[in-house]
Write a protein that binds this ligand. Structure first.
Ligand code: FES
Length: 106
């Protein structure tokens, strides 16, 4: 099962096992990871699942979708590495993925 590390703004690491196919947002919610609220339930409509993908993972995670790009324009602290966790399905290829959360989500 892929392992994902969520790094909260305060530096706390949360390592969770994620069943392949689950979204990164759902994995965070199911494991009570602080900093990911997922208010819209994964509909790409709230940006409360904003994460920064560690640079070494950017290529494997892939680019943003058009809807995601639009939603991220409303997110604070937008960076090149910004993604919405609900739009990232976790696959075996993402075993070891590291993401961090912005200051506004703690
Ligand atoms: Fe709302 Fe991701 S959960 S945009």
């Amino acid at each position: 099962m892929p392992k994902v590390t969520f790094i909260a703004f305060n530096g706390q690491h949360h390592v969770v096992d994620v069943p392949a196919g689950l979204s990164l947002m759902r994995a965070a919610i199911d494991n009570n990871v602080p900093g990911i609220d997922g208010d819209c339930g994964g509909q790409c409509a709230c940006a409360t699942c904003h994460v920064f993908v560690a640079p070494e993972w950017a290529e494997r995670v892939g680019p943003r979708h058009a809807n995601e790009e639009e939603m991220l324009n409303f997110a604070a602290e937008l960076r090149d590495s910004s993604r919405l966790a609900c739009q990232i399905p976790v696959t075996d290829a993402l075993d070891g993925l590291v993401v961090s959360m912005p200051e506004g989500q703690h």
